[in-house]
Design a protein. Structure first.
Length: 310
């Protein structure tokens, strides 16, 4: 998909959610710290792809906070004034196994300040801890339920069982937010934890039946499943040598949103009119974005040039 400068001239993306420092521990190596957090990664990925993006978050006026603001600046992502608070910046320690898969331990604060959101926006995205952990989760839900008509609402549960709490409560919160979202993406690991024993196809059907216009499930090296209305497509992952999986799902998400904007199918999604051809086109771009990210260390999503070269 070739970017359309005219589309982006009147496009504004707003991402709401946690920004934190990922401390990565690899076998036999010294820990490395860099900016992270699922919503922050999506905002950064959109910025790298040329989408004008603002992040609403909570970070501290400390060294970790400076790392995050510098990182966002490099992608042209704006930090909404008021996102820097008196609290310390949150962190997550990612421990990688020999295959590059990550497990996480969090030191997190999420109390979203009352900030005037810069509306109208073309799309609002949220996900992961920010949509569940209180008291900030209430503000995230309110932003979705009060968004002006015509705003594309996107949600990635990106489940973190160790910090989100009881499964039943999390399922209820995920479904409540998904009920007002147009685009929902989750990983097969999210799906297995939320709905043990239920097939991915059935989960996709259930979410679409509940009103989601575009539902996607990523399956790591097995690609992705996308569903909209009665249309379903299953796509293979792009061939790639995996360095690690950090940020892969977030890169898929930012790639999917980018593809939606470039293909100019926001109206079709809002009216629930996507077809199978649309799903293939959107899914292939999202998978290409994820493939670039897993081919190198850390949550390092592609630029437009790198994405188009896949």
């Amino acid at each position: 998909m070739t970017p359309d400068r005219e589309i982006f001239a009147h496009t504004r993306a707003l991402v709401i959610g946690e920004a934190l420092i990922d401390i990565v521990r690899r076998p036999g190596a010294e820990p490395v710290s860099h900016a992270g957090g699922s919503p922050m990664n999506v905002a950064y990925g959109l910025g790298r792809l040329g989408v004008p993006t603002t992040l609403v978050t909570q970070i501290g006026a400390d060294g970790f906070g400076e790392i995050i603001t510098t990182h966002l600046d490099a992608a042209g992502v704006k930090l909404l004034p008021g996102s820097v608070t008196a609290s310390a910046t949150s962190s997550a320690t990612a421990t990688l196994d020999a295959d590059g898969a990550a497990s996480y331990d969090f030191d997190l604060r999420w109390e979203l300040p009352r900030l005037p959101l810069p509306l109208p926006c073309t799309l609002i995205h949220t996900g992961s801890i920010a949509a569940i952990l209180q008291p900030g989760g209430q503000a995230v839900h309110a932003a979705f339920t009060t968004a002006p008509p015509g705003t594309l609402l996107s949600y990635d549960p990106n489940v973190r069982p160790g910090i989100m709490g009881n499964r039943d409560d999390v399922v209820r919160a995920v479904e409540d937010l998904a009920a007002v979202a147009h685009v929902v993406k989750m990983s097969d690991e999210d799906a297995d934890w939320l709905y043990p024993g239920r097939s991915l196809d059935q989960i996709a059907r259930d979410y679409v039946a509940a009103g989601v216009a575009l539902f996607a499930i990523t399956r790591g090296g097995d690609g992705a499943l996308l569903r909209s209305g009665d249309a379903t497509t299953e796509l293979a992952a792009h061939p790639v040598t995996v360095v690690d999986t950090i940020g892969a799902g977030d890169s898929f998400m930012s790639g999917l949103l980018y593809a939606i904007l470039v293909a100019d199918v926001v109206p079709a999604i809002l009216q629930n009119e996507l077809g199978a051809t649309d799903l293939v086109r959107l899914g292939q771009t999202a998978l290409a974005s994820a493939a670039v990210t897993v081919s190198r260390a850390g949550a390092n999503p592609p630029t437009v040039t790198e994405l188009l070269s896949r």
